[in-house]
Design a protein around this ligand. Structure first.
Ligand code: TXA
Ligand code: MG
Length: 337
């Protein structure tokens, strides 16, 4: 298949491909998505093929505003509208009871569906022009780090999908926060661009799913099926070194071999001259770190490094999402200093 290169000027073309049952790589503020008409089971099935995604891992639906929730969801609690008022459009996905109109292939047979209203202007324009709910997982090949630039999309999907829309680098850089509103208290299934603290401001108590902070055991079933898979992993094994940045940098400098790659805060890059280094951003700037995390993990696949060592921010605010992605990339191989 010849994959078409589209830009922000080609919104109508992207929408037409989606309506005709095709697959389009679309920019969002979190990560690039691999979109298809969410009401067309054949189109949705192609998403799983292109990504090599396990069939039991459900997709989320993207809509232009909270007004569309009632088309696809039932028994919508008031707190869903309160969250939408506070954080939509934006990097937040809500798990709600689905209506029968949502195909089984989207929800992997669950009676719930993930709903997201993105902020990215090109994405919003495509959603409005397509006039269908767009099912879109992150646009990476299953298991690889999520794409945060159009170039990442081309790396994984060239020849496999109909088109890729270049909407620039993603401004958030980690996937949306997922909160399950079908439970009381609501449960955080994946930390992301909207922080736990922000959710608590609107919802009060929020439970944090164990899959966010530790490896799931063989017999355990996380509530977000996708959280059980090896994820975000570069080819070389990753070790996360958590704790005070001065100490973690010193630990890595003492333990990393010359052949190893390093992900570090900008201030400490000087310790690793001569090695493959990816700078995450300043130690105090979590927004910048979130924007760089997936690109940093991907970059090592173009090198010969044998192992990767990574510094990691404190798990508060946006730091919870960054820590979660790094820990997952490391298979939760974490050293606390
Ligand atoms: O930021 C994002 O959310 C991006 C952009 C493209 O919107 N999308 C994204 O989709 O990250 P994906 O499929 O890569 O991750 C969605 C996660 C998966 O772990 C999946 O298992 C979980 O959401 N999920 C989807 N539907 C669910 C449901 N009904 N109940 C529980 N978890 C669900
Ligand atoms: Mg994904």
């Amino acid at each position: 298949m010849n994959t078409e290169a589209l830009t922000a000027r080609d919104v109508d073309r992207a929408a037409a491909i989606l309506r005709a049952g095709g697959l389009v790589g679309i920019p969002t503020e979190t990560v690039y998505g691999l979109g298809a008409n969410g009401l067309d089971p054949d189109a949705v099935a192609h998403i799983f093929q292109a990504k090599g995604r396990p069939q039991d891992n459900p997709l989320i639906l993207h809509i232009p505003s909270a007004d569309y929730l009632e088309r696809y969801c039932e028994k919508i609690p008031d707190r869903a509208y309160a969250l939408a008022e506070a954080y939509w459009p934006g990097p937040l996905t809500m798990i709600l009871r689905r209506k029968p109109i949502v195909p089984d292939v989207v929800t992997a047979g669950l009676d719930t569906v993930g709903m997201r209203c993105p902020f990215h202007p090109v994405c919003r324009a495509i959603l409005e022009a397509a006039d269908v709910p767009v099912a879109a997982p992150s646009g990476n090949t299953s298991g690889r780090p999520s794409p945060t630039t159009a170039a990442h999309m081309w790396e994984d999907m060239d020849g496999k999908i109909d088109a890729i829309v270049d909407g620039g680098p993603c401004s958030v850089g980690v996937e949306s926060t997922i909160v399950d509103l079908t439970e009381t208290p609501p449960r955080l299934l994946r930390p992301g661009g909207v922080t736990l603290e922000q959710l608590e401001k609107v919802l009060g108590e929020v439970a944090v799913d164990p899959a966010v902070t530790r490896l799931m055991g063989a017999g355990e079933r996380p509530r977000a099926p996708g959280m059980k898979y090896r994820h975000y992993a570069p080819r070389a094994p990753v070790t996360v070194v958590a704790g005070d940045p001065q100490k973690s940098a010193a630990y890595i400098a003492a333990h990393a071999g010359r052949e190893d790659g390093v992900i570090c805060f900008d201030e400490f890059a000087f310790l690793f001259t001569g090695q493959e280094v990816e700078k995450l951003g300043p130690a105090a700037d979590k927004r910048e770190q979130a924007r760089h995390i997936f690109d940093a993990l991907r970059a090592f696949d173009h090198t010969q490094v044998k192992a990767i060592w990574a510094q990691c921010p404190a798990p508060s605010g946006l730091g919870l999402a960054i820590t979660n992605r790094l820990n997952k990339a490391a298979g939760f191989h974490v050293i606390q200093v």
